[in-house]
Design a protein. Structure first.
Length: 130
């Protein structure tokens, strides 16, 4: 159950959030070869000066992404996902690519729990809820 967290220092409309979540969920499932029913997404909005990246001026719009995923994905797949997510953030939230930062944290499948079960380790083409 990936938990995909997006922290931004601007306000975004609900319609944009809905579109954003759909694109994030679908691209994760496609790139990471899994289903969508277990994908959790958080969008946190902060005031302009509450987030910063050293390479941009304090107060500039930024997006910090913390992507908690199950172990097993290659660096190539993680990099592909990172570039796609940066593009989605740029298109949907209007935050430049240079103002974005992504951190991946990998976990054992058993670290992710739903009411009906915990997840197994990742396997290509799986349905984690089956």
């Amino acid at each position: 159950m990936p938990h995909l967290q997006f922290e931004i220092n601007k306000k975004i409309s609900d319609d944009i959030k809905k579109s954003f979540c759909e694109k994030i969920r679908e691209s994760f499932a496609k790139i990471m070869d899994t289903q969508t029913g277990h994908i959790a997404i958080s969008i946190r909005e902060y005031e302009p000066f509450n987030l910063s990246i050293g390479r941009v001026d304090i107060g500039d719009e930024v997006c910090l992404m913390n992507l908690d995923i199950r172990e097993g994905r290659t660096i190539e797949k993680r990099r592909e996902l990172a570039l796609v997510y940066m593009s989605i953030v740029k298109d949907e939230f209007k935050i430049p690519n240079n103002n974005q930062y992504i951190t991946f944290t990998q976990h054992n499948g058993e670290d992710f729990h739903l009411i009906e079960k915990y997840l197994s380790s990742w396997a290509s083409g799986e349905d984690p809820l089956a």
